[in-house]
Design a protein around this ligand. Structure first.
Ligand code: ZN
Length: 454
């Protein structure tokens, strides 16, 4: 049994003082006691560590390289797509493992305890499967074994290049599976997770309405009867127009009418919704998986967070393209986008809770649901996913309770994250991941080997 004691902790009942938490060798919380004498590892501030619900780890290595304009000024994705296709021709399993470990390390240092990996790079260049069809899934699991992050692996089903069922472009051929081959791959990915601690779990992800056949989309929860289901939905106007053209409904409306969307689902982005779609999708119980930094980077649009939360909608956050991994900045960007659109302040605050507290509570709950992980609460039986902030810093000095979260999110950054435990694994200490130097060395070596492709 390990023991952590905190001067201040965020419990399900609210802020508490002198809190003692004990967890067992598997990483499950066994005791939570308020007003306890100090013992064990002592920290000034403790909160549940959230889930990062959306990531494509390999894209981290492209960060900062896609900011030029292409030959057609109206095609703002040209440089991004060109680089990604060049890059995809080169990545090896060793590269994927090194980049993923680096990404997971950065997530942990930012205060996340869990990586939900939306994993679609499955096959060799040219599209032929590796001898082990789940080779790349095994490498993602190997990265999690090195970093100690809680992994929820979502093998991605990606079959077509658009709603008309056209073939994938040459650059996307490494993603491609028919539903039958994908089911084989998915089962093998489940076996790959058996090498990880008990908190790792498996879900599934149809990539988007454009990438999977209509008949399969309508039966997804029957094909895969357990685990979370995630899908990109209504990210950009071009996608809305394409789905409307071929299937005669907007993406969110089509999904609600045809796919049995409920609490098992996490829909990623949801930036392009009408007010009615926002209200109807919120009522389904699904989580909206928001990626505010990536959505800003790609110019996707602004998610209607005010209407969504006013109607009881649940949300979580993810780092998606991983152009920058920062939990505090994702939340800041989310609320600032609402303020800029509406000309308001503290857009997501409630009469009872500040903006930071409201968003933090929401992502704890939404992240746990979206990952189907017992997390988000410092409570007996839950995984010991915990983050401690450095409240001796000048940025948090003379702050208490909700104002600590607000000051971290709006005035501070990741340097305030001091300690992180994922299912009891103490992987960040004094702000630094315990294997940082090896992980960074392998990542730099990977970038060297890819330099001529980038
Ligand atoms: Zn994505």
């Amino acid at each position: 049994m390990q023991t952590i004691w905190a001067n201040h902790a965020l419990l399900p009942s609210g802020w508490a003082r002198n809190v003692l938490i004990e967890f067992d060798a598997n990483g499950r919380i066994r005791t939570v006691q308020q007003d306890s004498p100090a013992r064990g590892t002592q920290v000034p501030f403790l909160a549940p560590a959230p889930v990062n619900v959306h990531s494509h780890a390999f894209q981290r290595a492209m960060a900062g390289l896609t900011e030029q304009r292409g030959p057609n000024p109206s095609d703002s994705f040209w440089t991004w797509r060109q680089l990604m296709f060049r890059f995809l021709d080169r990545l090896t399993p060793d590269n994927i493992e090194a980049i993923t470990a680096f990404v997971q390390m950065e997530m942990l240092e930012a205060g996340y305890a869990t990586n939900v990996e939306f994993h679609y790079l499955h096959h060799q260049p040219g599209g032929v499967p590796y001898d082990n069809i789940a080779e790349m899934s095994e490498r993602v699991a190997a990265a999690a074994s090195q970093t100690g992050i809680g992994l929820c692996l979502l093998p991605v089903h990606y079959e077509f290049g658009g709603c008309d069922g056209r073939n994938l472009a040459a650059g996307q051929i490494r993603f491609r599976n028919s539903i039958d081959r994908f089911m084989t791959l998915h089962a093998a990915a489940g076996v790959a997770l058996k090498s990880l601690p008990d908190d790792a779990n498996l879900g599934v992800a149809p990539h988007s309405l454009r990438a999977v056949g209509m008949a399969d989309l309508k039966n997804y929860e029957y094909h895969f009867s357990t685990g979370p289901i995630h899908m990109h939905l209504a990210e950009q106007t071009a996608e809305v127009e394409e789905v409307e053209h071929h299937w005669r409904a907007r993406p969110v409306t089509w999904a609600l009418d045809n796919m049995g969307i409920d609490e098992r689902w996490c829909l990623i982005h949801c930036t392009q919704m009408t007010p009615d779609e926002t209200i109807n999708l919120a009522a389904s119980g699904a989580v909206a998986g928001l990626c505010p930094i990536t959505e800003s980077s790609l110019g996707d649009g602004i998610y209607d967070g005010v209407r969504w939360t006013d109607h009881g909608g649940r949300f979580a956050i993810g780092s998606d393209s991983n152009i920058r991994i920062s939990l505090s900045e994702e939340l800041r960007t989310l609320d600032y986008s609402q303020r800029l659109r509406d000309g308001t302040r503290a857009a997501l605050a409630t009469p009872d809770h500040s903006t930071g507290r409201r968003m933090f509570d929401s992502i704890l709950k939404g992240g746990a649901q979206a990952a189907q992980r017992q997390t988000g609460r410092l409570e007996v039986g839950y995984w010991a996913d915990m983050v401690s902030l450095d409240t001796t810093s000048e940025h948090l000095w003379a702050r208490a309770e909700d104002a600590i979260l607000d000051s971290w999110i709006f005035a501070g950054d990741d340097r305030l994250v001091s300690e992180v435990w994922s299912a009891g694994r103490h992987v960040v200490s004094n702000g630094i991941h315990i294997a940082r130097s090896e992980i960074v060395a392998a990542y730099k070596q990977t970038l060297n080997s890819l330099k001529d492709a980038l």
